[in-house]
Ligand binder design. Structure first.
Ligand SMILES: Cc1cc2nc3c(=O)[nH]c(=O)nc-3n(C[C@H](O)[C@H](O)[C@H](O)COP(=O)(O)OP(=O)(O)OC[C@H]3O[C@@H](n4cnc5c(N)ncnc54)[C@H](O)[C@@H]3O)c2cc1C
Length: 238
């Protein structure tokens, strides 16, 4: 068997694949056209300042943790994480903003101040969002090969047909009146490169990633993750 593997690119997908292949015993070479590694998550340094070039929102920390656990490591062996509070601040105009705090209970207080009764609606919305997250991440992301759309039809999703027909905007509109709260709840699917109006309601699992799991920050910025993956992959070098 040819044990040499060449991987083109050094973004997260390539670095992740490199780590798994190196662990499986292959001799992996990563080929990158830029002069630094990390792809969209690469780092830029100038005049004593350091910039993350792409991602800054560290969501779904469980997914990162699980990656390192696949190699019998802990994420904390590589970098420190801090949960941000406020998680982020949404601006609706020059002097019009809402800070989103770091726990669902605190977020519910903010919602209630903005719209009476909305914290109860938020609880319902988040219960559904968590259920969707459990199905999407635990049952589908890690178990499906991702080859056919038919994989989306499972014993659990079959009971969720409605949430594939409805969309995020419609579901948010059912529970909330405040345009500010609606905007906050419609925002997370932006990370999928999607609009709330044409994203199936099932994708409210992104809201669970947001309000349920929180927004985190690697101590030295997102490039900590790139460095961690490089270090992990190189640890398998023969
Ligand atoms: C501005 C910005 C902000 C973002 N914010 C967030 C965020 O807050 N949170 C989040 O989770 N995600 C965020 N993302 C998305 C996230 O950064 C990307 O999904 C992720 O980095 C993509 O990784 P990738 O490996 O798929 O691709 P890429 O990072 O694009 O990696 C592809 C690599 O392949 C290299 N390459 C391509 N062709 C060749 C070739 N022919 N030869 C050699 N090398 C080649 C490229 O140079 C690049 O290094 C953001 C992205 C951007 C651009």
């Amino acid at each position: 068997m040819n044990k040499n593997i060449f991987i083109i690119g050094s973004g997260f997908s390539s670095l992740s694949a490199s780590c798994y292949l190196a662990k499986a015993g292959y001799n992996v070479t990563v080929i990158e056209k830029n002069n630094s590694l990390g792809g969209r998550a690469r780092q830029f340094k100038k005049d004593g300042f350091t910039f993350d070039m792409g991602p800054s929102w560290y969501w779904m920390p469980d997914v990162f943790d699980r990656f390192f656990e696949d190699f019998d490591k802990n994420r904390s062996d590589f970098y420190e994480l801090e949960k941000l509070n406020p998680a982020y601040k949404v601006f609706f105009g020059e002097n019009d903003s809402i800070s989103v705090p770091d726990s669902l209970n605190k977020i519910k207080e903010i919602f209630e101040k903005e719209e009476k009764g909305s914290s109860v609606q938020l609880d319902k919305f988040m219960d559904e969002a968590k259920n969707n997250y459990d199905i999407a991440v635990k049952d589908m992301l890690y178990k499906m090969p991702g080859i056919s759309p038919l994989e989306l039809i499972t014993k659990k999703t079959i009971f969720k047909v409605k949430s594939f027909i409805s969309n995020i905007r419609r579901e948010v509109g059912k529970g909330f009146k405040s345009h500010r709260l609606k905007a906050i709840l419609e925002f997370p699917v932006l990370f999928l490169g999607a609009k709330a109006s044409n994203t199936p309601a099932f994708y409210s699992f992104m809201n669970y990633a947001d309000f349920g799991l929180g927004t985190w920050q690697p101590k030295n910025g997102f490039f900590d993750v790139v460095n961690a993956m490089i270090k992990l992959g190189e640890s398998y070098r023969c």
